[in-house]
Design a protein around this ligand. Structure first.
Ligand code: NAD
Length: 290
């Protein structure tokens, strides 16, 4: 199946980046959020990211405006998805919300439209059960920041068709990404693997084993990681990390995924990490300079 028109739901950290990548690859994109201020925030993030490409000499000034011109923002769901071939959903990591959104999409989208979720952890089979087209529901798991990270983990639910998988694989390649398949399950491969490392780093901090910056420095200097675990938690978003760990813990019963108390405290205090509307993350709360 040919993808021409794309709609992205959610204009936060991930949705804005996903819309940008699609527009940079030449696709017309509708970007939908629930309030104009979130859409404005999405456009600000896109402009900032494109500016970095211009400064690095990877994008010409006049092309930047063309890329932005391919993206249209709206709060009207019907307008956003009515003639889309592909929806990429990037709303918060909450199963109830995702199912509600997918049910609405199933009712509003043409019958050929593929409904992809950028969920980090929630089972695709479960999300698909809210629709009458589970064969056209798939996980398209992007990485942060979408314009920079090469991987797209494609997650097939129990009823995802081969045609849907192949369409998303081919589309990801057109975007310049490297798709890798994974099977459905809580956290698929990537999140199941990384999230207990991140939880463990927070727990080791709580136990007094090492400081935040010290742990990050050790992972960067000793393991060659580009970013330490607490920096990564701040970058992903503390609220997103908490949602993921709660879901992983509930689904697997594995205590390694139990959300650390410090993470709960920070989220309840308005520390969501490096998001435009947040007070900051671990570094800001503990007054550590980056
Ligand atoms: N942050 C990461 O590093 C990362 C990486 C991979 C995947 N993800 C996944 O991507 C999804 C979004 O995460 P994020 O970090 O971009 O979150 P975010 O909080 O930055 O953005 C979510 C956006 O969705 C909007 N929204 C809420 N309900 C909506 C609706 N019904 N329709 C349209 N928009 C709606 C919110 O207003 C917000 O702007 C989550 O499922 C998350 O697990 C996140």
């Amino acid at each position: 199946m040919e993808i021409n028109k794309v709609a992205v739901l959610g204009t936060g950290l991930m949705g804005s980046g996903i819309a940008q990548v699609c527009a940079q690859a030449g696709f017309e994109v509708m970007m939908r959020d629930v309030e104009d201020r979130f859409i404005d925030g999405g456009f600000r993030m896109i402009r900032k990211s494109l500016q970095r490409f211009v400064i690095a000499g990877k994008l010409e000034e006049e092309k930047r405006e063309k890329v932005i011109g391919r993206i249209k923002g709206t709060t009207d769901l019907r307008e956003a998805v009515g003639d889309a071939d592909l929806i990429v959903e990037a709303v918060p990591e909450d199963m109830g919300l995702k199912k509600k959104v997918f049910k609405e999409l199933d009712e509003l989208c043409p019958s050929h439209t593929i409904l992809a979720s950028n969920t980090s952890s929630l089972m695709i089979t479960d999300i698909a059960s809210a629709t009458n087209r589970p064969d056209k529901v798939v996980g398209m798991h992007w990485f942060n920041p979408p314009p920079m990270m090469k991987l797209i983990e494609i997650v097939s639910g129990a009823l995802t068709s081969d045609e849907t998988y192949e369409t998303i694989r081919d589309f990801s390649i057109k975007l310049g990404k490297e798709p890798v398949p994974a099977n459905d399950g809580p956290g698929f491969f990537t999140t199941r693997y990384i999230s207990f490392y991140l939880a463990e780093a927070m727990r080791l901090f709580e136990m007094g084993t090492a400081g935040i910056k010290e742990m990050d420095d050790m992972c960067k200097l000793g393991f060659g990681w580009p970013m330490g675990p607490i920096e990564l938690v701040d970058f992903i978003g503390l609220d997103t990390n908490l949602h993921i760990l709660e879901y992983m813990h509930e689904e697997t019963g594995d205590p390694r995924y139990a959300p650390p108390l410090i993470l709960k405290k920070l989220v309840k205090s308005g520390y969501f990490g490096k998001k435009p509307w947040s007070k900051g993350g671990f570094y800001e709360y503990f007054g550590i300079s980056r």
